[in-house]
Ligand binder design. Structure first.
Ligand SMILES: C[S@@+](CC[C@H](N)C(=O)[O-])C[C@H]1O[C@@H](n2cnc3c(N)ncnc32)[C@H](O)[C@@H]1O
Length: 214
């Protein structure tokens, strides 16, 4: 049992029940419409580091064909139970992102939110994304930025996020790794996180959206 399994066994909806706010804003700002009006039925989304599945559930409700991937079998079992209760169908893959084949030209959207993984793991994952996306496919990513360490220290009602600098991706890392895709959005920002037992208040984040060329 890994630390995420233990956490999910202890805490229901550890990172909130509702969808990630950045993902929702991107869907509302056009991503959803773009896929709902495309000729392709049920566009395929891969939610990497899906956890207990708050984003996967939301995407499935919007009509996407969702696969949730995580290293935590406990999180994925909880997600599957919730999906069944809500009459949603979500596929799950349990494993380490560095060891899994994400396929070729397979996904319309790949998402990854707050994975908190070491640099070696992040880079191994990033390298799989361009091939795994279908042409015109999107990668939507958000994580704490290293500035979160300062916010936590100031303790202005902000909690959550790793304490090890190595676990924070940087703008340089993302821009160099995703140079072969069109980078539509790459910013460091501060925003209020969806309240949850582990994330509260103002957070320093890095957000990325890339699009694969046709
Ligand atoms: C902070 S949680 C975020 C969960 C979810 N994205 C959310 O926002 O609710 C981080 C998740 O990343 C997963 N994770 C970390 N390293 C991973 C790896 N190497 N492969 C797959 N999943 C990983 C953990 O199991 C955990 O569920």
């Amino acid at each position: 049992m890994n630390k995420w399994d233990e956490r999910y066994n202890r805490v229901e909806d550890a990172f909130g029940k509702g969808v990630n706010g950045f993902l929702k804003s991107q869907l509302d700002d056009g991503l959803l419409k773009q896929y709902q009006t495309s000729k392709e039925a049920n566009p395929k989304v891969l939610c990497v580091a899906a956890g207990q599945g708050r984003n996967a559930l939301y995407l499935a409700k919007q009509g996407f064909d969702v696969t949730a991937l995580d290293i935590s079998s406990v999180g994925l079992e909880q997600l599957s139970r919730t999906a069944t209760k809500q009459h949603l169908s979500i596929q799950t893959i349990c494993g380490d992102i560095t060891k899994l084949d994400l396929g070729q030209n397979t996904w319309n959207i790949v998402t990854c939110f707050f994975m908190h993984a070491p640099k070696e793991t992040r880079i191994a994952f990033y390298k799989k994304v361009p091939d795994a996306l279908k042409p015109n496919g999107h990668f939507v990513f958000e994580s704490f930025s290293v500035k979160q360490l300062e916010l936590k220290e100031q303790n202005e009602g902000s909690i959550g996020g790793p304490s090890t600098p190595e676990l924070f991706p940087t703008v340089e890392e993302l821009s160099s790794q995703f140079g072969m895709l069109d980078i539509e959005h790459l910013v460091e920002a501060e925003r209020e996180l969806e309240p949850s037992p582990f994330h509260k208040g103002k957070a320093a984040v890095i957000q990325l959206i890339t699009k694969k060329q046709p």
